[in-house]
Design a protein around this ligand. Sequence first.
Ligand code: CTP
Length: 415
Amino acid sequence: MSGKRILLVISGGIAAFKALELVRLLRRQGCGVTCVLTDNGGQFVTPLSLQALSESKVYTDLFSLTDESEMGHIQLSRAADLLVVAPATANILAKMAGGLADDLASTVLLATDKPVLVAPAMNVRMWLHPATRANMATLKQRGVHVVEPTEGAMACNEFGPGRLAEPPEIAAAIAALLAPGAKPLAGRHALVTSGPTHEPIDPVRYIANRSSGKQGHAIAAALAALGARVTLVAGPVSVPDPAGVTVRRVETAAQMLDACQSALPADIAVFAAAVADWRVEQAATGKIKKQPGAAPPALALIPNPDILATIAAAGPLRPQLVVGFAAETDDLMANAQGKLTRKNADWIVANDVSPETGIMGGAENAVHIVSAAGIETWPRLAKDDVARRLAQRIADALGYGGVIAHWFGSPDTSR
Ligand code: CTP
């Protein structure tokens, strides 16, 4: 981090005092820190204390002639390697999402061409309010990085998410973004499901399917290679655990859903598992024995929860990008489109798993990426290559590169 320049925007809120500690940590690691203090921020910390810790001029006023002659707001917004907003109030997040520029802080944030990291802090109800949820979704969509607030008792005597992350955690997120050769998914958390599920009939028998976990595991590895922190929720598979990935092993669909829910929040979720659609309503506790002359036992099945649809449903913990799969033997595109809408996914990776394709359990895959923007057809590739290409596509959609592509033309879908 040594030699990197950070523009730190401090907006109002009781947590603003933590910005002082953040400045101290960043200076100790050799970063140059320039502070922009909003009017409300100035109610909680003084320019003088920020100036003493940052050893730099503190900017507060959009229309100060001295500031404009020394360094205008455009230059201020471009001279940094990274803009950090900590604490970020509901108000400044709303201004960022709406493109407002009515003070120095919001103006530099609108004028910048540099990556932006926000560390929100606010009352739990404000954090969970649909307006803030929508603003956060917009900002993440544009590639703004987020250090999520933590849960706990708040200054306003309420309890829940909304407390500013601790300064060492914010400093670590800054370090990850500024690391030389920083990877495009650094600082992002990805959740991936993979493999089949096993639904017990009795202690020795189960309902399963032919999924090998190859594609899901390869996706987890490819996302980790691009710098994401990956939680892989894997059904029973024989493929090895990918390196550098946290693996949660499960057997049943119900366990897979539990493991996914407890891995949230996540920025990215890829549901590559072939989840059994039904389970036996009441699995026998002892082995079911054949009775001479008696009919085979009838198995009463009940539906399993739909993990993709549950996690993708709108709500505060919905990951920013949700990718599902559609494994079909008939009407591939129509079924994939149906799943996209029905399950509220952002993309569906559609593949034909008819036995003659050799895809289920095989080493290759031929997929189409179905989204609201249209259908992209990829050539038949090794599952590892499909995974790498998908991970890169995800990074393009979420990362800063994605924003640039969006500004200057349609995204490059040929890769
Ligand atoms: N999926 C899930 N939970 C389920 C069933 C499916 O998360 N209980 C996910 C899969 O991981 C995949 C997508 O939903 O990302 C579609 O799965 P697929 O098996 O193709 O479709 P189903 O919903 O099972 O529908 P159908 O069996 O009718 O094709």
